[in-house]
Ligand binder design. Structure first.
Ligand code: HEM
Length: 149
């Protein structure tokens, strides 16, 4: 049960970050300012999905770990403060700034500098989440083998 909730929350959090990242890059590269503004405006609303999903993934993960800190579990839990700091200090302020700028039609140098940083910080978080998925799969590899899957 807890493991199912953990997997669902982890998948939702990762999919949300990936959606923000891909829709940002796609709209910046292929679409016009109207579409970019729509994407930039939608992303802060998406935080209402992302933040609870990320917290739930972290809390259920910590419960599943039951205080074990060695190896893969230690690596997984050490990534979480980095993901959170990156989100709170860079990604959320950047997304709010970019939404405000886009809505004002202000696609200036500051917009694109912050946009570039947001894409980099987003890629860093996606990498860390991807590593947590890979390590989660490692943790359940034995279970899967025993189940014959
Ligand atoms: C948002 C960050 C995280 C993501 C994306 C993530 C992803 C995953 C995934 C996909 C699995 C399931 C693998 C499978 O069933 O084959 C898993 C399992 C697991 N994760 Fe995480 N995880 C995250 C955070 C954490 C944290 C912080 C911990 C605690 C150290 C943790 C501990 C575990 C444990 C113990 C399992 C095995 C559950 C079981 O035995 O069924 N996870 N994780």
């Amino acid at each position: 049960m807890l493991s199912t909730i953990h997997k669902a929350a982890a998948a939702l959090a990762t999919a949300t970050v990936a959606t923000f990242w891909i829709s940002t890059l796609f709209s910046e590269v292929f679409l016009d300012h109207t579409a970019i503004t729509a994407v930039k405006t939608a992303i802060p609303y998406g935080f209402s999905i992302l933040i609870p999903a990320m917290v739930l993934a972290g809390v259920t993960g910590a419960k599943l770990a039951k205080g074990r800190k060695a190896g893969v579990l230690g690596a997984k839990s050490k990534r979480m403060p980095i993901v959170a700091a990156n989100g709170i200090l860079i990604l959320i302020p950047a997304a709010l700034f970019l939404a405000t700028k886009a809505q004002a039609g202000s696609f200036d140098t500051a917009f694109y500098v912050v946009q570039a940083f947001e894409l980099l910080a987003g890629a860093a978080n996606l990498t860390l989440l991807g590593l947590n998925i890979r390590d989660g799969r490692k943790l359940t590899a034995g279970k899967r083998r025993r189940a014959g899957a």
